[in-house]
Design a binder for this molecule. Sequence first.
Ligand SMILES: [Zn+2]
Length: 203
Amino acid sequence: MTYSKREFAKDFKAQIDRGYNPQRIGSWAHHTYFHLLGELNEELEEVLEGLMVLEAGPEFELPFEEISALVNKLTEEGEKEDIGTPDLNIKDLAEDLGSHWLMCPLCEESWENYIEYAMVRCPKCNQKLHNPQSKNALQWTAESNFLKLWRYEIKYLPVLGYYLYAFENEIRLYTNFQDTWENILECAWEDFNVPKDLWKRDE
Ligand SMILES: [Zn+2]
């Protein structure tokens, strides 16, 4: 087990959130360093070594802005490391509720999401899920010619495959899933008579 950058940034932030006390942060760094030695990568080791000196006295204090910028940088990098690439071991996809809202299929928590990485984490159960709002997701839309209130969407998620959604009045009434583009087009044709040439790629 290694101590990930994400976990480290979270623990570090919790220290700052308790109020900026350089001595306490120094002793937290000291404790963490010796407690987790062997589970730390070189970079985190160096960060902790830098923070440990805060314990030595006021002359070693760093301005709050500097500490806070470091926490933010580590949080951002930790997040990218954690959810930046599609996880092949996970098959669950967060439900796209539209307008930047997602729902966890496992615990039904919903939340507002602006993360565009391949994965997201449910804020309630902490499960990693594929992100339907990922910047790598591709989407096609088709408007029905004869059913005016109906709209169809195909979404492609790397690693997972193709999803077909049908909406009536913007309410999703149907979902299907296929491995290939040919099969999902076939589904749209068989279930809704959506012809292949009606699909337009969303930009
Ligand atoms: Zn959840």
